[in-house]
Ligand binder design. Structure first.
Ligand code: GLU
Length: 442
């Protein structure tokens, strides 16, 4: 539940008795999202009315999702869709299936999507949704019935020009097909642009699979460029070797960098002379669970799971879960730079410790925005019904990622703030400008 607290703000408007609200939340993710927003908004001197508007979400929808299970029983799941802002364009953001999904978590992530899309310069607001369920214990048929029931429940508030969901934790191309098919049947016409992240044969886009990792690596390379460092002399460690981590690794190697450590749930694989990343990529491609388990290479040493975080290297890319670098271990990180491939891998306390140590951090909603930029490309192709080649897709992605990196880097240099704060400020500014242009009506 979200609690509302009173906060005095006389200083900016010169009225001594007036109060406005600052929200706090018991949900840690939402509380952090609110604090990040209020902190950046206050630092940039944003108008109190705009702070009030952007500090609350436009819609928080909760639905029941009745599903006939394979044993004939009916279970009711709780589903959510939160639209934080549609000031710039349709809400955009994924739908996750997870036992811990609740409306506050969806709101926190929806808010982050607003800033992510704004910073990326793509014409969307922010949304997020999910179903509180354990998909690992459900059959395909149960998941299909649940996905279709959920799509029907949220149908009144989603649409190509309204809110465009996408995959997130435990959802992917198959769920998107069920969603699009259900919405299209309800509306009596095909609406491919209502969801992104679809498989290539069904209105998906070439290039989407590699997009996030490609963008994450590009941010690291841009960081080296502005610091006048040659990637050929750079050493890299990559935590998480799934979709994001593996494509990040491949791109860094192509640029000439040496990847000295990679990891996944099976442990850390460390080779100071450099890991054969193509071999590691082939290994996970043929492994039944897409894991590094059993991987070996020349001079490769197997270490413990968390050792990856403490490897001596130039760039550390945390590309797995949130909160992995926290107050307990931040002091032991030896990397000079951290580029966040995952969402929230560095906790706010750890961020403070690392920044004091002089570690430069490229924040998640800049570094991993290649995913949602890729969604924008898919949506644009769906609107025109004309598909691009993979080369066109990659060229446009890199062009946007480099521009966004430069925007944040310059902002951070000119305002003498860390890149995370700079990213928030630039993103908030763009949304606030559009709210001002459009006025307050809705
Ligand atoms: N779930 C991804 C994200 O959080 C993609 C969202 C989208 O493409 O709409 O960025």
């Amino acid at each position: 539940m979200v609690a509302i607290t009173k906060y005095k703000y006389a200083k900016r408007i010169g009225v001594s008795k007036m109060t406005v609200t600052r929200r706090t939340a018991t949900n840690v993710l939402l509380d952090t999202a609110l604090k990040n927003f209020y902190g950046a908004a206050e630092e940039m001197g944003l108008d109190e009315n705009l702070i009030a508007i952007l500090g609350s979400s436009e819609r928080r929808l909760e639905v029941s999702v009745p599903v006939e299970m394979d044993d004939g029983s009916i279970r009711i799941f709780r589903g959510y869709r939160v639209q934080h802002s549609t000031a710039i364009g349709p809400a955009k953001g994924g739908i996750r299936y997870h036992p811990e999904v609740d409306v506050d978590e969806c709101e926190a992530l929806a808010m982050l999507m607003t800033w992510k899309c704004s910073l990326a310069g793509i014409p969307y607001g922010g949304g997020k949704g999910g179903i509180c369920c354990d998909p690992l214990t459900m059959s395909m048929k149960e998941k299909e019935r649940m996905s279709r029931a959920f799509a029907a429940r949220i149908a009144p508030i989603i649409g190509t020009w309204q809110d465009v969901p996408a995959p997130d934790v435990n959802t992917g191309g198959q769920e998107m097909v069920w969603f699009v098919d259900t919405i299209s049947k309800l509306r009596g016409h095909l609406e491919p642009g209502v969801f992104t992240g679809k498989p290539i044969p069904y209105w998906g886009s070439m290039g989407r699979t590699a997009a996030t990792g490609y963008g994450v690596a590009t941010c690291g390379l841009e960081l080296l460029r502005v610091l006048d460092k040659d990637p050929k002399n750079a050493t890299v460690a990559i935590q998480g070797f799934g979709n994001v981590g593996s494509y990040t690794a491949l791109t860094m190697v192509e640029a000439g960098a040496k990847v000295v450590a990679i990891s996944d749930v099976t442990g850390t694989y460390y080779a100071p002379k450099g890991i054969d990343i193509k071999k590691a990529f082939e290994h996970i491609s043929t492994h039944p669970k897409k894991l590094l388990e059993g991987f070996t290479c020349d001079g490769c040493e197997k270490k413990n799971l968390d050792d990856i975080l403490f490897v001596e290297c130039d760039i550390l890319y945390p590309c797995a879960l949130d909160g992995v670098i926290n107050v307990k271990n931040a002091g032991d990180v030896k990397a000079k730079y951290i580029v966040e491939g995952a969402n929230g891998p560095v906790t706010p306390d750890a961020d403070e410790i690392l920044t004091k140590k002089g570690v430069l951090i490229v924040p998640d909603f800049l570094a991993n925005s290649g995913g949602v930029i890729g969604s924008y490309f898919e949506w644009a192709q769906n609107l025109s019904g004309y598909f691009w080649t993979e080369e066109e897709y990659n060229k446009r992605l890199i062009h946007i990622m480099k521009g966004n990196f430069k925007l944040v880097w310059d902002y951070s240099q000119n305002s003498s703030v860390p890149m995370r704060r700079a990213a928030f400020m630039a993103a908030i500014q763009r949304v606030a400008d559009v709210v001002k242009l459009r006025g307050v009506f809705l």
